[in-house]
Design a binder for this molecule. Structure first.
Ligand code: UDP
Ligand code: MG
Length: 198
């Protein structure tokens, strides 16, 4: 059956940050134009994961100068999964998009993820087709692992490791993540009945 297109009114971008002072300015330069071009209410939730560099000070400055920016701060480093968990818990909008702070994800891809959601999908997972870190691309084990996970779970994704994803909030709100589980959030969503694509 053709899927019903569904309206999206708002988006929460969740950005885990650990020792990223060198990247935050460039990240913002890339991110704001993309977000300003979206016909949506936007909130950006930075989660400072106990950085000891200038990241937190920079984030506070960003939050002071831009509407819709919130900063969560961990007292100590707890890992990317915990940071994303906190961002999901704090998010209030229709769609949640986790984004890395280290410039490895291109914010320009966000509108393309949203297009997929509008076609009726609940989760869109990024797929790094032309990975910069060629060593990993050639990693046979990483390819085998992806294939095995797909076979076992019935959710066929090429690239679980890509952090850039888009979720309808309803399929991830209430999730409890631990370990390195953020990579497998699409599987969790699929188990809740979500329609997952990449
Ligand atoms: N990160 C974090 N806590 C950590 C390690 C990383 O919040 O303990 C953030 C980091 O700042 C980045 C994202 O999580 O925005 C991905 O981290 P990293 O680039 O180290 O992971 P990889 O690209 O190797 O998956
Ligand atoms: Mg990275």
């Amino acid at each position: 059956l053709p899927m019903q297109p569904e309206t999206i009114c708002s988006i929460s971008v969740v950005i885990p940050v650990f020792q990223e002072e060198a990247n935050l300015a460039a990240l913002c330069d890339q991110l704001w134009p993309v977000l300003e071009g979206l016909p949506l209410d936007v909130e950006v939730i930075f989660v400072d994961d106990g950085s000891s560099d200038g990241s937190f000070a920079m984030l506070r400055e960003i939050a002071d100068t831009r509407a819709g920016v919130r900063v969560i701060s961990f007292r100590r480093n707890s890992g990317q999964t915990a940071a994303i968990q906190a961002g999901i818990d704090a998010a209030t909008h229709d769609v949640i998009v986790p984004l890395d702070a280290d410039l490895q994800n291109d914010p320009e891809d966000i509108p393309r993820l949203l297009d997929k959601l509008r076609q009726g999908w609940d989760v869109v997972s990024g797929w790094r087709k032309h990975r910069m870190d060629a060593v990993v691309r050639r990693n046979f084990l990483s390819r085998m692992a992806n294939r095995m996970i797909s076979r076992v779970t019935g959710v066929a994704l090429h690239d679980y490791g890509c952090s850039l994803k888009a979720y309808r909030s309803s399929v991830v709100k209430g999730v409890r993540l631990y370990g390195e589980m953020h990579r497998f959030l699409p599987l969790y969503a699929a188990m809740q009945g979500a329609k997952v694509t990449e």
